[in-house]
Design a protein around this ligand. Structure first.
Ligand code: S3P
Length: 428
């Protein structure tokens, strides 16, 4: 489905941001391997999280998905059953990588497969540590991508130094560590999102963190929990960017997760001179949340690099759009991980921005954007990447001519109500 976006005259009002994708996945997975019942509210009903639900249902876990609450009847650490068919992870890298850690510890063989995008994403990053732990895992086509075959079995604890800062890799290894014979440690170059560490502790695992190292003890008794999922800051990011750049805007985003390992966009907006206020800061299910108030602002360029990158990796496409409307240059470095997301986001962001007339140069690990030049409407290929579709919707709101987003329904991966929410806050 293609969608046409017209110039906005302002955004006003209040939105409840849908549940965090990373936290929703983890709540299903940890609930499934816990004893007793787990109840999840504000669960993200996006296609990726629904893939996680169906994978665990295929392994004998009873999960009731009602819109107000997802209830999981956990089967315990060792209660999963061999799936009758290969597990379909759809478009979801988080499902693929985290579930692999769990499957490595099971006493059965399973195959994981997904869509064309998932079959191109790198899995060596999890195959390597899982092999070191003694798992039997292989890429069926021998290209280090899915489909993956995992013959689960006894695992050894390891101290893994990951070459990439990736919460998916860290979480995969920590989850395999639940089934190991001794403690498992993961050190990453820069700290990535820590939802696994926080939530697994809440379920009863012994997890500790020091600097960029997380450690887990094996064989805990995990007990079902009630989890209230915070709103996803990665989804809030589109409205943050849009309200900052569209004149005559003031919006309130309710209940947004601001875990410090995820809040890089807030720090970048402040560095660019944007007005963004936090109210009602509190903790829900171990995660920091608040309401955000955002007003149209005059922005200037900034440098985004180093330790900031993992805290905003999924927001870079929309930050690049934001930078087009800031005075001066914005430099994004150390973000080579963008190349292995749902699309190569260095290429797909640069391609879309160039089509709209932006002054942007793609680099090997990011991009340089010289802002202040108006963008014009264009036809944008979303490359079936939800974050590209939403980022260019924001860009389209600033253009005099209409913008067409091709395959805009890809937004359903992480934000099914995205276009309805846009209508709700658009001034008539
Ligand atoms: C995620 C981690 C990030 C992020 C992805 C979700 C997670 O990926 O890009 O959307 O839930 O752990 P990496 O861990 O590969 O950086």
């Amino acid at each position: 489905m293609d969608i046409t976006i017209k110039k906005s005259t302002g955004l006003r009002g209040e939105l409840e941001i849908p549940g965090d994708k990373s936290i929703s996945h983890r709540a299903i997975m940890f609930g499934a391997i816990s004893e007793g019942t787990t109840e999840i509210t504000n669960f993200l009903q996006g296609a990726d999280c629904l893939s996680t639900i169906s994978c665990f249902q295929s392994m004998g876990v009873s999960i009731e998905n009602r819109t107000d609450c997802v209830t999981i009847h956990g089967v315990g650490l060792h209660g999963l059953q061999a799936p009758a068919h290969s597990l379909d992870v759809g478009n979801s890298g988080t499902t693929t990588r985290l579930i692999s850690g769990i499957l490595a510890g099971q006493s059965f063989t399973s195959v994981i497969n997904g869509d064309a995008s998932i079959q191109k994403r790198p899995m060596k990053r999890i195959i390597t540590p899982l092999l070191q732990m003694g798992a039997n895992i292989r890429s069926i086509k021998g290209n280090d991508c899915a489909p993956l075959e995992i013959c689960g079995g006894p695992l050894h604890g390891i101290h893994y130094s990951s070459p990439v800062s990736s919460a998916q890799v860290k979480s995969c290894v920590l989850l395999a560590g639940l089934y190991a014979d001794s403690a498992t440690l993961v050190t990453e170059p820069v700290l990535s999102r820590n939802h696994t560490e926080l939530m697994l502790s809440g379920f009863g695992a012994q997890v500790t963190s020091e600097h960029t190292t997380a450690k887990i003890e094996p064989n805990p008794r995990l007990i079902g929990q009630k989890i209230a999922v915070p709103g996803d800051i990665s989804s809030a990011a589109y409205w943050i960017a849009a309200a900052l750049i569209i004149p005559n805007s003031e919006i309130v985003l309710k209940n947004v997760g601001i875990n410090p390992t995820r809040d890089g966009i807030l720090r970048v907006v402040q560095a660019m001179g944007g007005t963004i206020l936090q109210e009602n800061v509190h903790t829900v299910s171990g995660e920091l949340v608040c309401d955000l108030i955002i007003r149209s602002s005059t922005l200037h360029g900034t440098v985004i690099s180093g330790e900031l990158i993992p805290t905003l990796i999924d927001e870079i496409p929309v930050i690049a759009v934001l930078a087009c409307f800031a005075d001066g240059e914005t430099v994004i470095r150390d973000a080579q991980e963008l190349k292995v997301k749902e699309s190569n986001r260095i290429d797909t962001v640069a391609e879309g921005l160039l089509a709209m007339g932006a002054d942007v140069t793609a680099t090997d690990d990011g991009m340089i954007i010289r802002g202040g030049k108006p963008l014009h409407g264009a036809v944008i290929d979303s490359h079936l990447d939800h974050r590209i579709a939403m980022s260019f919707t924001v860009a389209g709101l600033m253009c005099d001519e209409p913008t067409t987003i091709q395959n805009a329904d890809s937004v359903d991966i992480s934000y099914p109500g995205f276009f309805d929410n846009l209508k709700r806050i658009s001034c008539a």
